[in-house]
Unconditional design. Structure first.
Length: 559
C-alpha cells in the first residue's frame, strides 16, 4: 500500500511526530497501520447531528477491526431548521464551504491515508462530499440517518407540518394550543428531517453516486441498522486503501447523471442542483445546469414522498430504500450500471443481488415504472428574460403549469414574510424576493418560513414566488429559486417593479418578465449596486468570492 501518512511518521526525523501520537495512547504497532480519518459533523446544534459522535465510534471500531488506526475529528454544521427565517440562514450555505475547507485542511495537515465522512444536516452532506472529493484519498461517505415521523391527530407529521402550521395559525385555522401540541410531537428522535427534504435527498444522491455503501442511505438514525452500517463502513475502508480507489475514480460524469436521475425519481430537493454542480467542480467534471433538464426528461417520477407526496424516508426504508429506486431505474436503462462505487464493484454489480417486492405497500410508496406519478422527473430548469442563466423549480404534484400574474417586489425575505403574515398577498400575485442570492444575501437563504406560511394560509396554489435565494427541501408549490444572474450583480430580477406582468410556463421551461426592451434598458441604466451588508468576517469573505448559483455558488480564489 502506498501510505501517504509515512511522510509524517517514518524515519528518525519524525520522532517528534511519533511522540505526539504516543501521547494520545498509540503504539508503534498502531502507527504501522494505515492512519484513517473519521470526520463527523457531530454537535448539539441540531437533532440531525446530535448522535453522530456515537456513529463515529462505531465507524472507528469497524476500521480498527479491519486493521486500520482511526483518528477522529469534527467540523461545524448548521441547523437549517433553527437558522430558518432570520439572519442565521445566511450562514447555512456558507457552512458548506467551511466544512469542505475544514476537511481539506485537516487532511493536508496530518496526511491521513483515507477518510470516512459522516454528516447529518442539509449542508453538511454536500460539504463533506466536496471535502472528500477535494482531498481525493480513499473515502466513504456515511449518512447520519433520517428522523422518524411524529404522530399528531392520528397522522404522521414532520417539521414541514410545523412550518406550515405557523401560516395556519396566523389566519386563525389553528389555535395556539393546537400549534403547540404539533410542535411537541413533530420531531420525536435524533435524525435528519423525515421527508425527501435536502438531507435525505443528498443521502440518496451519495448512494447513487457510489460514494456510500449500498443500502446505507435510508435506515433511521436511531435504528440498530444505522449502527451496523457505521461499523461496516469502517471495515470497508481498508479495501479502498488497498485498491487505491479514490473519489475522482468514482465521481464520473455518468455518476452525476445517476445522481440527477435519483433526485428526479424521488421528488428531491432543488438544492441538489446547487450541490451537485459544486461537487462536480471539485472533481473536474463539467456539469452544467442544462444537464439536469436532459436527465429530468429521461427519468420518471416514481416515489411518492414528501413534501409533494405522502410518505417519508422511513417508509421508503421499509420497502428497500434507495436501492429499490435505483434498481427500477436500471431496469429501464436510465441508470448507468457501469459506474464504479466504494465497494470496488459497479452499480450494476451492487444491485444484482438485491431482491425487492414490487407489490402491496411497496407499489404504493414507489410506483411501478409502467404507472409512474409522472413520465418525467421533478426538477425543472427554467430560462427566460427573468432568468437568462437559469432557475429551478420542483414540479412534484404542482397544480399550476402556466401562471401569469403581477409582481409584488420585496428586497429581503423579512419584508416578504411580514407581508405574508399581514395577509397582504393575494391569489394571482407573483412574489419577487431579491437581493437574497449568493452575493446579495449573502449566503442565498432558504425561504421555508415564507413558502410554508403561504401553504398554511391556503393560498399557495394561487400564487407564485420567484427569488435569487433558495428553497428548503420541504418547500412545495410554484416556488422558483436560484434565479441567475442574481440581483446583487444587476441581473434582470433587480429591475422588476411592482405591477409588472410575469409569465411562467413550466411545460415550455420559461420564466419571462413582460416588459419591453427599451424600458428594461432604461431601468438598467438607472440601476445602482447595493452596498454590501457585511464588511468583514466570514460572510464578507464569502460574498467577495462566491460564484453564481448557476455555477454551484462555490467560492473561488481571486488571483
Amino acid at each position: 500500500m502506498n501510505l501517504r501518512s509515512r511522510e509524517t511518521i517514518s524515519g528518525a526525523a519524525r520522532a517528534p511526530h511519533r511522540a505526539m501520537y504516543k501521547a494520545m495512547g498509540l503504539t508503534d504497532e498502531d502507527l504501522a497501520k494505515p492512519l484513517v480519518a473519521v470526520c463527523s459533523t457531530s454537535n448539539e446544534a441540531t437533532p440531525c447531528n446530535i448522535h453522530l459522535g456515537r456513529l463515529a465510534q462505531s465507524t472507528k471500531h469497524g476500521a480498527s477491526e479491519a486493521g486500520c488506526t482511526p483518528r477522529e475529528f469534527t467540523t461545524i454544521a448548521v441547523s437549517d431548521a433553527i437558522a430558518m427565517g432570520h439572519e442565521g440562514m445566511k450562514a447555512s450555505l456558507v457552512s458548506r464551504e467551511i466544512i469542505a475547507d475544514s476537511i481539506e485542511i485537516m487532511m493536508i495537515a496530518h496526511q491521513y491515508d483515507a477518510i470516512i465522512g459522516i454528516a447529518g444536516c442539509d449542508k453538511s452532506l454536500p460539504g463533506t462530499l466536496m471535502g472528500l472529493a477535494r482531498v481525493n484519498v480513499p473515502s466513504i461517505f456515511l449518512y447520519g440517518g433520517t428522523i422518524l415521523p411524529g404522530r399528531w391527530n392520528n397522522c404522521d407529521v414532520t417539521i414541514q407540518d410545523v412550518y406550515e402550521a405557523v401560516g395556519a395559525y396566523e389566519v386563525g385555522k389553528l389555535n395556539l394550543e393546537q400549534l403547540t401540541t404539533l410542535e411537541n410531537a413533530a420531531c420525536p428522535s435524533a435524525g435528519s428531517c423525515g421527508g425527501m427534504y435536502t438531507a435525505n435527498t443528498m443521502a440518496s444522491v451519495s448512494e447513487a453516486l457510489g460514494m456510500s455503501l449500498p443500502g446505507s442511505s435510508s435506515a433511521p438514525a436511531e435504528s440498530d441498522r444505522r449502527t451496523d452500517i457505521a461499523r461496516l463502513t469502517g471495515k470497508s475502508l481498508l479495501s479502498l486503501v488497498e485498491s487505491d480507489i479514490k473519489p475522482r475514480d468514482i465521481l464520473s460524469f455518468e455518476a452525476f447523471e445517476n445522481a440527477i436521475s435519483i433526485v428526479n425519481a424521488i421528488g428531491g430537493s432543488t438544492n441538489a442542483v446547487l450541490h451537485l454542480i459544486a461537487l462536480a467542480r471539485e472533481t473536474g467534471v463539467k456539469l452544467k445546469v442544462n444537464d439536469f433538464e436532459i436527465m429530468r426528461r429521461r427519468t420518471p417520477h416514481i416515489a411518492d414522498l414528501r413534501p409533494g407526496g405522502k410518505y417519508v424516508m422511513a417508509d421508503l426504508d421499509r420497502i428497500g430504500g434507495i436501492q429499490l429506486v435505483l434498481q427500477k431505474l436500471l431496469d429501464i436503462g436510465v441508470l448507468n450500471g457501469d459506474t464504479l462505487t466504494v465497494t470496488g464493484k459497479t452499480m450494476k454489480e451492487n444491485l444484482s443481488g438485491a431482491k425487492f417486492t414490487h407489490e402491496g405497500e411497496a407499489a404504493t410508496i414507489v410506483k411501478n415504472i409502467e404507472n409512474p406519478i409522472s413520465r418525467e422527473g421533478t426538477l425543472k430548469i427554467l430560462n427566460g428574460s427573468l432568468a437568462p442563466e437559469g432557475a429551478v423549480v420542483k414540479i412534484a404534484n404542482l397544480k399550476n403549469m402556466i401562471f401569469n400574474g403581477k409582481a409584488k417586489v420585496y428586497n429581503s425575505e423579512e419584508s416578504a414574510f411580514e407581508a405574508i403574515s399581514k395577509s397582504e398577498i393575494e391569489i394571482g400575485d407573483v412574489l419577487v424576493i431579491r437581493y437574497e442570492g449568493p452575493k446579495g444575501g449573502p449566503g442565498m437563504r432558504e425561504m421555508l418560513s415564507a413558502t410554508a406560511a403561504l401553504v398554511g394560509q391556503g393560498i399557495s396554489d394561487g400564487v407564485a414566488m420567484i427569488t435569487d435565494g433558495r428553497f428548503s427541501g420541504a418547500t412545495r408549490g410554484l416556488m422558483i429559486g436560484h434565479v441567475s444572474p442574481e440581483a446583487m450583480v444587476g441581473g434582470p430580477i433587480s429591475l422588476v417593479k411592482n405591477g409588472d406582468n410575469v409569465t411562467i410556463d413550466i411545460k415550455r421551461g420559461t420564466i419571462d418578465l413582460e416588459v419591453g426592451r427599451a424600458e428594461m434598458q432604461e431601468r438598467k441604466r438607472k440601476w445602482r449596486p447595493k452596498k454590501p451588508k457585511y464588511l468583514n468576517g466570514a460572510l464578507a469573505k464569502y460574498a467577495s468570492l462566491v460564484t453564481s448559483a448557476s455555477d454551484g455558488a462555490v467560492t473561488l480564489p481571486i488571483f
